[in-house]
Ligand binder design. Sequence first.
Ligand code: DC
Length: 224
Amino acid sequence: PGILQIVARCDWRKVVETMVERAPKLLIAIDGPAGAGKSSVSRLLAEQLGYRYIDTGALYRAIGLLAIEANVSPEDVAGLARICETAKIALTRNRIHIGGRDISDEIRRPEISDAASKVSTHSEVRSALLGLQRRLGASGAAVIEGRDIGTVVFPNAEIKIFLDASIEERGHRRYVQLKETHGDNISLKKIIHDMAQRDKRDSERDTAPLRPAMDAVYMDSTKL
Ligand code: DC
C-alpha cells in the first residue's frame, strides 16, 4: 500500500519531463497486444515530448498487403523474402509509403491485420525488417510501438512499457473504431474471435513472440 500511495501521488508528467530534460533522446518502447491502446498512447506521448513516433506494425502490414496483391501465400517464405528485399518502404510520423504509393489507410483493413500477423511469424521476414526498425530508432528521441521492441529490436531502450487490456475491452475498442469506417456491417463477436486468434499467433510464434521484457513496466489499460 505504501508504494501504491507514492505511485498515486506521483506527478508522472513531471517525472517524464525531468527524464527527458536529463536525457533528451530517450527511446521509449511500447509493446502489447492489438487494441491495448499502444498507438493512441504512443502518438500522444511522442507529440508531448516532441519525439518521433514509429509504428512497427505498419511495416508488417505493408508486407502483408504486398503479399496479398502479389498472390504470395503467407506460408511462402521464399516469396515473402523476395517481397521484403524489393519493397521500398518509407515510414514517416503518420504515413507509410511503398515505392511512392501511400498505403496508410489500406493497411488498416481487417484482412491485412490477419495477413500481417501471419507473415510476421517467419524469422526471414522479421530479420528483413529488423535493420530498418533499428535505423529508424537509432538516433533516439522516439516512441516506438510493436510486439518485440523491448525484447528484440531495442533491448536497451531506456523506458519499456507493456500495455495490456482484457480481450473484451480490446475487442470493443476495435469494434467502435471499425463501426466508424464500416458502418453496421460488423460483429463484435467475430472481432473478439479474430483478435484472440491473432494474439495467440503473435504470442506463440518461435521468433520474437509477443511478451513483456523482463524490465518492462506492465500496465493494464482495461479501465483507463
Ligand atoms: O500493431 P499492429 O496491429 O499494427 O501489428 C500487426 C501485426 O504485425 C501483429 O499482429 C503482429 C505483427 N507485428 C510484429 O510481429 N512485431 C511488431 N513489432 C509489430 C507488429
